[in-house]
Design a protein around this ligand. Structure first.
Ligand code: PGA
Length: 252
């Protein structure tokens, strides 16, 4: 996958099926012919199949899932495998989101297994990293991001990594209304490209799309997306409103 402009909407645990269908309809109506940006809709599991059908004929719109299991199938009540996601038309899956780390105690070893399953099923991982406010205030943010990335990426070959998207999501900015400044985002995105250069090489690092996430909205997206190393956004709250999400898509 080469470097792209991407806006992904992570709906988290929100919307009814009826509202979800309407939101997709409103978004695709507004931006369907704006194909220079890759748009990824990441709804809750029960709506994937319906939204997959809605997106099928749309220009540069793709479906993503919020999670997948570490195993291919079996007796794991309540879980969803990457194979299932592929069968309903998912092209992307979030892995390593801070809410999975915090509330579900997922660790690097889980992320590696989930990403392996995703890749086996032709699904690209959107691998999320980010520091807490305490880690930033104690000046440990670069160290934390380095650890989060290297522990996982060392398990993947160059060919495997070429399917990745990275999302930098400072935990203190997620759902708080407090966005990283453009300077903070650019600084960390450039740093992440540096780590990827060290693990693989500069051509690989130059090719990967790195998204910013954390209270990115219709007002601040333009400034964030103007940064050299910010290739787009992973949007939570603002992706639940069609006008806001579309404004973000038009912010490049
Ligand atoms: P937010 O969420 O835009 O609501 O801060 C971003 C995310 O968690 O992906």
């Amino acid at each position: 996958m080469s470097r792209q402009k991407i806006v992904a909407g992570n709906w988290k645990m929100n919307k009814s099926l009826q509202d979800a269908k309407m939101l997709v309809e409103m978004i695709t109506n507004q931006v369907n012919d704006f194909d220079e940006v890759t748009k990824i809709i990441i709804p809750p599991f029960p709506y994937l199949n319906t939204i997959s059908e809605q997106l099928a004929k749309k220009e540069n719109f793709f479906l993503g899932a919020q999670n997948c299991h570490t195993n291919a199938n079996g007796a794991f009540t309540g879980e969803v495998s990457a194979n299932m996601l592929n069968s309903v038309g998912c092209h992307y899956v979030l892995v390593g989101h801070s809410e999975r780390r915090q509330y579900f105690k997922e660790k690097e070893a889980d992320f590696v297994l989930k990403i392996k399953e995703a890749l086996k099923n032709n699904i690209s991982p959107i691998f999320c990293v980010g520091e807490t406010i305490h880690e930033r205030k104690t000046d440990n943010h670069f160290k934390v991001i380095t650890e989060q990335l290297t522990t996982v990426l060392k398990e993947f070959t160059v060919t495997e990594f070429s399917k990745f998207i990275i999302a930098y999501e400072p935990v203190w900015a997620i759902g708080t209304g407090e966005t990283a400044t453009a300077a903070q985002a650019q600084e960390m995105h450039a740093f992440i490209r540096g780590i990827i250069t060290d693990i693989y090489d500069s051509a690989i690092a130059g090719n990967v799309s790195i998204l910013y996430g954390g209270s990115c909205n219709a007002q601040n997206a333009q400034e964030l997306f103007a940064c050299k190393d910010v290739d787009g956004g992973l949007i939570g709250g603002a992706s639940l409103n069609a006008d806001d999400f579309c404004k973000i898509i038009f912010s490049f």
